[in-house]
Design a protein around this ligand. Structure first.
Ligand code: UDX
Length: 431
C-alpha cells in the first residue's frame, strides 16, 4: 500500500524505512529541505543499526522524501511522527505536532475518499481529542470519522535496536474510533509482520492507545528506579543488588528485564514522558506520587555516585575521568544522560573533568565545551584521581592495566561493567 510519514527524525525515518521493507511505497515528508535532500541521497540522519542498509535498499524505489505536504494525498494513510518535546515545566509541547496536523488537514481538504491520519508521536489523550483532531478538522474543512479518520499507533522502539524492535514487536497497539476503514488499513499495513511473527494486535480506543505508551514508559522507568532504590538500601547493608535482582527476575510476575541498577535512566523518552505525565496529572489535581518518586530517585542517583567518590578522594583541583557520555551504549544520544549531572557535580566540587565516549563526544562537546575530551578511555584515566563509569559500553569491560596510569585508582562503577582487579579501589553504586 501507499503510506506517508510526516517528520523525518529518529522515529519517522525508522518507521519510513521499515514500512518500505514491509513492501509498502512510502513518502517521507519533512519541512526541512536539508533533511529531505539527505534522505533522498540515501544518508541515514541518525546512528541506528540496520537503518542504513534499509535506506540503501529502498531510497529511489519504494522510499522517497519530499517537503510537499500536498503529496500525501497520493497515499492512503499518513503517520504523524513529529517530536513532542518537553516545555521548561516538564509539560508536553505539542506545537510542532499540531502544526504538522494542520498541514495534513490542508493537504486533504480537496480530496475525495477516506484518508487515515495516524498519530505515532507520543502525545497525551486529551491533546489528541481536544487539539489535534479539531486542528485537522478546521484545516481540512471535514469531519473526523466521516471523510477522514484519526488513529493512534504508538511506537515502542528503543534507540540502538529500533529497526529490530519494529520488525519483531511484542505487540502492535491500534487505537481507533472503531471505524472499519481504519482497522482495514492497519490490517493491510501490518499484515507482513502479523503473518510472520503472530504479533498480538491490540485494538483499542485512541485515548487508551495514547495512554498505553505513557504507561509503558512510566512503568519501565519506575521499575528501574525501584531497583535503584532497593539497590541504594542494599549498598548500605553491604548486599549485592545484582544477585538479589537475578533471583527476583526468576519470578514471572516480576520478570528479569529492567532490573539493572545503577546511575539511572536517561534518553529521549523516559525523562520527557514521565515529566509530561506528572505535569498532566497535576493539571487535573492528581498527585502521581509513585511517578514523582521514580523521577526523584533517578535525579538523586548521580549524586550518590559522587558521594562514593568523595568517600575516597577529595577531587577539588584534581583530574577526574568520566567514562561514557551517551544515555546508554550503542548510541551517540546524550539526551537525559546521567553523565550530565555527574559532570556538573564534579565541576561543582572543583574537579577538572576529562571524559571519553566511543560515540558521543561530539554531541557532549557541543553542550559542555568546558570539559576536556580524551581520545580513548586510557587517555581519560591517565593521571586521574578517580573515575565515574556512567555508560555500559561493552569495551569498558576490557579495561585493565589502563587503571595503572591513574594518580589514584578510585573507580566508581555506575553500570557494573568494570572488572574488579588488584590495585584499584572499586565501588559499585548499588553493590
Ligand atoms: C525507551 C523504551 O524502552 C522504548 O520502548 C520507548 O519507545 C522509548 O524509551 P530507550 O530510551 O531507547 O527506549 O532506552 P532503553 O533501552 O529503554 O533504556 C532507557 C534508560 O534506562 C537507559 O538510560 C538505560 O541505561 C536505563 N536502564 C535500562 C537501566 O538503568 N536499567 C535497566 O535495567 C534498563
Amino acid at each position: 500500500m501507499n503510506a506517508s510519514v510526516v517528520g523525518s527524525g529518529y522515529v519517522g525515518t525508522t518507521l519510513a524505512a521499515c514500512l518500505a521493507d514491509l513492501g509498502h511505497d512510502v513518502l517521507a515528508v519533512d519541512v526541512d529541505r536539508d533533511v529531505v535532500d539527505r534522505l533522498n541521497d540515501g544518508d541515514a540522519p541518525i546512528h541506528e543499526p540496520g537503518l542504513q542498509p534499509l535506506l540503501d535498499a529502498y531510497v529511489g524505489s519504494r522510499l522517497e522524501a519530499t517537503t510537499e505536504h500536498d503529496r500525501i494525498t497520493d497515499t492512503e494513510l499518513t503517520f504523524l511522527a513529529v517530536g513532542t518535546p518537553a516545555k521548561d515545566d516538564g509539560s508536553l509541547d505539542a506545537g510542532g505536532l499540531l502544526a504538522a496536523a494542520r498541514d495534513v488537514g490542508s493537504a486533504i481538504a480537496d480530496t475525495d475518499g477516506y484518508h487515515l491520519v495516524v498519530v505515532k508521536s507520543t502525545v497525551l489523550p486529551d491533546v489528541i481529542e481536544s487539539e489535534l483532531v479539531p486542528a485537522i478538522e478546521s484545516a481540512a474543512g471535514k469531519t473526523d470519522g466521516e471523510e477522514f479518520g484519526v488513529a493512534v499507533n504508538p511506537e515502542f522502539l528503543r534507540e540502538g535496536t529500533a529497526v529490530d524492535d519494529f520488525m519483531n514487536p511484542d505487540r502492535i497497539v491500534v487505537g481507533t474510533d472503531g471505524d472499519h476503514r481504519a482497522l482495514d488499513l492497519f490490517a493491510d499495513l501490518y499484515e507482513p509482520l502479523v503473518a510472520e511473527w503472530e504479533v498480538p494486535v491490540v485494538e483499542t480506543g485512541r485515548r487508551e492507545a495514547a495512554m498505553i505508551k505513557y504507561a509503558s514508559n512510566a512503568f519501565l522507568a519506575a521499575k528501574v528506579s525501584l531497583i535503584n532504590d532497593i539497590g541504594n538500601v542494599c549498598k548500605e547493608f553491604g548486599v549485592d543488588t545484582y544477585e538479589v535482582a537475578d533471583a527476583m527476575g526468576l519470578d514471572d510476575r516480576i520478570g528479569a528485564k529492567f532490573l539493572a541498577s545503577g546511575v539511572g535512566w536517561g534518553g529521549s523518552c523516559f525523562p520527557k514522558d514521565t515529566a509530561a505525565l506528572v505535569a498532566a496529572a497535576r493539571a487535573v489535581d492528581y498527585n502521581p506520587a509513585m511517578l514523582q518518586a521514580a523521577i526523584d530517585v533517578n535525579d538523586r542517583q548521580p549524586e550518590r555516585m559522587l558521594a562514593l567518590l568523595d568517600d575516597h578522594v577529595d577531587v577539588a583541583g584534581e583530574r577526574v575521568a568520566v567514562l561514557g557520555l551517551s544515555f546508554k551504549p550503542g548510541t551517540d544520544d546524550i539526551r537525559g544522560s546521567r553523565a550530565i549531572p555527574v559532570i556538573e557535580g564534579l565541576q561543582a566540587r572543583g574537579a577538572e573533568v576529562v571524559a571519553y565516549d566511543p560515540l558521543a563526544i561530539e554531541a557532549m562537546a557541543a553542550v559542555r565545551p568546558d570539559v576536556e575530551y580524551a581520545e580513548s578511555a586510557a587517555d581519560a584515566l591517565a593521571d586521574a584521581v578517580g573515575v565515574c563509569v556512567v555508560t555500559d559500553w561493552p569495551a569498558f569491560e576490557d579495561l585493565d592495566c589502563e587503571f595503572d596510569a591513574m594518580a589514584e585508582p578510585v573507580v566508581v562503577d555506575g553500570r557494573r561493567i568494570i572488572q574488579r582487579r588488584e590495585g584499584i579501589t572499586y565501588e559499585g553504586l548499588t553493590w
